[in-house]
Design a protein. Structure first.
Ligand code: ARG
Length: 461
């Protein structure tokens, strides 16, 4: 059997067959297609639409096809239009006429919607597991370097000292929100569309609740036209993946910067770096660069499907076949990026010495000096101006704050006294003792919370 021809008598043009086939990519749905078909056959028998014996023959045939595919013995003939036709045709070859009863009360339109939802649910679970593993790697790195201080930046200019752990936990928060987004996406995908038929529902006494239960769905779709034409759940996965990749690309960028000779805050493990074919001294952060690069590709997948679906009339249209490659590629790219990032972060070495060196430069304590004057009664805006002039002066003299004499300080404000020398990186950190701040006490609490979140998720699975 080749492409479905229906009332058409001519065979499809060879180029048309090649143009329209989805086998080269939708073969990936085979397990979901078989699971869906077995549940469907079982339901048809339960409802007396086919006999129990027929359902058994069909199910056994489908299981043996699964075996063929898994052993690489299945011939994915390109002339079969899609994975659904390929499996059905093979079923007929194996079990004969009775195989033709499987498609009773079903259309490929609700069938493909089902398959893709099953695929998406599985992909979402894997994504959440990988996000959790990645969060664990971030937590471990933060814990192992609890007291390391780095310059915090705004505008990529040194701003204020922060704990490295605080910086890393910023990413923990981002990925926590990503997990929430994927959880929402799971809820949307968890809707069973079978029974919608081609678009109007089916004219048989089927049991949709039974199908939902068999296939592990918590809900059934409420409108057949919507169920065969909606791909929001794919868009939601791609949108959540785009945001997740955006987060990964920000970390990628920082890994690239931090491993440069100019920053020199981290050392990548050799297993996660590459050499140069021409410059022997190089150790390149290619993994991070590729993740940064692949982010664009994931955004592209989202925009592509949004564009495909824009102004698409109800209900099913073949345009929808374009949903799959983008989703598969998004899942593959996101999962592999998370895996490799987990390893890269777990093996990162922090260059404590040069981080400490960087913290000493750049007048990172300027805000603390202004806060000092405020506490002595100066208005903040005046204090800011005074310290700005003080910084210019110190820069001209080539001096750090603690190298200025008290007389020099007093030249800028009479409020300065001996205790100005007690301002330090440590006092600066400790002073930011607000929830969400970088004070060691707060960061220790945040770290404990983060650990609890990942531990709880282990229990819940
Ligand atoms: N390969 C098709 C797809 O991915 C399956 C559904 C085909 N339905 C149809 N009426 N031609 O969308």
């Amino acid at each position: 059997m080749s492409h479905i021809r229906g009332r058409l008598q001519k065979a499809a043009d060879e180029l048309v067959a090649k143009y329209t086939t989805s086998i080269p990519f939708d073969w990936r749905l085979y397990a979901h297609d078989i699971d869906g078909s077995i549940a469907h056959a079982k339901m048809l028998a339960e409802q007396g639409i086919i006999s129990a014996g027929e359902a058994v023959i069909i199910s056994q045939g489908l299981e043996s096809i699964r075996g063929e595919i898994e052993k690489g013995k299945f011939d994915f003939k390109p002339e079969r239009e899609d994975i659904h036709m390929a499996i059905e045709a093979r079923l007929m070859e194996k079990v004969g006429e009775v195989g033709g009863k499987l498609h009773t009360a079903r259309s490929r339109n609700d069938q493909v919607a089902l398959d893709l939802r099953l695929f998406a649910k599985e992909a979402i679970s894997e994504t959440s597991v990988k996000l959790r593993e990645f969060q664990r790697a971030l937590i471990s790195l933060a814990e192992a370097n609890k007291s390391v201080v780095i310059p915090g930046y705004t505008h990529l200019q040194p701003a204020q000292p922060v704990l490295l752990a605080h910086h890393l936990l910023a990413y923990f928060e981002m990925f926590q929100r990503d997990i929430d987004r994927f959880n929402h996406c799971l809820k949307q995908a968890d809707v069973m569309p079978l029974g919608s038929g081609a678009l109007a529902g089916v004219a048989y006494n089927i049991d949709r609740e039974f199908l939902a239960h068999e296939l592990g769905f918590s809900q059934i779709s409420q409108n057949s036209i919507d169920a065969v034409s909606d791909r929001d759940f794919v868009l939601e996965y791609e949108a959540a993946a785009s945001i997740g990749m955006m987060h990964l690309s920000r970390l990628a960028e920082e890994i690239i910067l931090w491993s440069s000779a100019e920053f020199n805050f981290i050392e990548l493990d050799e297993a996660y770096a590459t050499g140069s074919s021409i410059m022997p001294q190089k150790k390149n952060p290619d993994v991070a660069e590729l993740a940064r690069g692949k982010t664009g590709r994931i955004y592209g997948r989202l925009i592509a499907l949004l564009t495909t679906m824009k102004a698409l009339p109800l209900a099913y249209n073949r345009d929808l076949q374009e949903d799959k490659e983008g989703l598969f590629d998004t899942v593959d790219t996101l999962l592999s990026t998370l895996e490799v990032f987990t390893g890269m972060v777990a093996t990162l070495k922090i260059k404590t010495e040069s981080a400490a060196q960087a913290v000493k430069q750049g007048y990172l304590l300027a805000t603390d000096l202004a806060d000092y004057l405020v506490k002595k009664g100066e208005a903040f805006r005046n204090a800011h101006n005074i310290v700005a002039r003080l910084v210019s002066y110190a820069m001209k003299k080539g001096k750090a704050f603690d190298e200025l004499s008290l007389t020099e300080y007093k030249g800028f404000s009479p409020l300065f006294s001996e205790d100005v020398y007690s301002i330090s990186v440590e006092s600066s950190l400790a002073a930011r003792d607000v929830i969400g701040g970088t004070a060691p006490k707060q960061v220790a609490r945040a770290l404990a919370n983060a650990k609890k979140i990942v531990e709880d998720s282990k229990v819940r699975g």
